[in-house]
Design a protein around this ligand. Structure first.
Ligand code: ADP
Ligand code: MG
Length: 251
């Protein structure tokens, strides 16, 4: 579903991604771990082209992201192509980015109406089904300000799902939450994974990585330094840097 080859990205002379190779199968859940500054967010942002990149390639479900080949040369995708690709890749951020002056229901209905051309009735049905799924149907007419962090994040997940994405990217979705609301968000993600969504998740939640990930990828200094099943990575990692990173976050 996702195929990343030799992806390279700099900010000025800060070389942040130094040749990333990563494949994610359909219905697979990949958890990315790594120290702060190792390039995890930048990698996710490149996958839906919120960031440009200098070289390498990203293909999602057969479609090149950001650049495509024309007469043997790579050219940048047009804005229209990018908008279409982005609709197929859902992203959930640490900060929920909900619209504060819209109700929960309106937050979820907006994009399907304006970008996918759903009627109001269709979008309403989609939104209510998704609110049911994330356990928040009774909050449909509330404004985000009245929700807890965990509830806001579940709305943000429902909003991303409303576009029927092929892939969901999560960038530390629980790290801004009060501890008591972390689990409700992880449960929703776990359910999504079990239903066959293709997911790439950056998180420090080791329990989630152990239980839900099909594969764990360790990044450090702009490289993927190691990857494998959670069993192997957590009990018998090969790389010293993986051991040292894990020893700091697992008590
Ligand atoms: P992580 O998510 O693993 O903590 P990031 O991808 O956020 O790492 O950052 C990797 C590096 O890229 C850091 O050195 C960070 O300062 C730099 N960086 C990230 N975003 C930007 C940006 N928009 N402009 C300049 N530098 C950035
Ligand atoms: Mg980050």
């Amino acid at each position: 579903m996702i195929e990343i080859k030799e992806l390279s990205k700099s900010f000025g002379n800060n070389h942040v991604l130094k040749g990333i190779n990563l494949e994610v199968d359909k219905a697979e859940t990949v958890v990315i771990l790594g120290p702060s500054g190792s390039g995890k967010s930048t990698l996710l942002r490149c996958i839906n082209y919120l960031e440009t990149y200098e070289s390498g390639s990203i293909i999602v479900d057969g479609q090149a992201i950001g650049k495509r080949e024309v007469n043997g040369k790579l050219v940048d995708s047009s804005q229209a192509e990018l908008n279409k690709l982005r609709q197929e890749i859902g992203m959930v951020f640490q900060s929920f980015n909900l619209f504060h002056h819209k109700t929960v229901l309106q937050n979820i209905m907006m994009a399907p109406i304006s970008l996918k051309g759903l009627s109001k009735e269709e979008a309403h049905k989609v939104a209510m089904d998704l609110l049911q799924k994330v356990g928040l149907a009774e909050k449909a007419d509330q404004y985000p300000a009245s929700l807890s962090g965990g509830q806001k994040q579940r709305v943000a997940i429902a909003r991303a799902l409303a576009m029927s994405p092929k892939v969901m990217l999560f960038d530390e979705p629980t790290s801004a939450l009060d501890p008591e609301t972390v689990d409700e968000v992880l449960q929703v993600m776990k359910k999504l994974a079990s239903e066959g969504m293709t997911m790439v998740v950056v998180t420090h939640e080791m329990g989630f990585a152990r239980d839900v990930a099909d594969r764990v990828v360790i990044m450090d200094g702009g490289y993927v330094i190691e990857e494998g099943s959670p069993d192997i990575i957590f009990t018998n990692p090969k790389e010293e840097r993986t051991k040292s990173f894990l020893s700091k976050i697992i008590n």
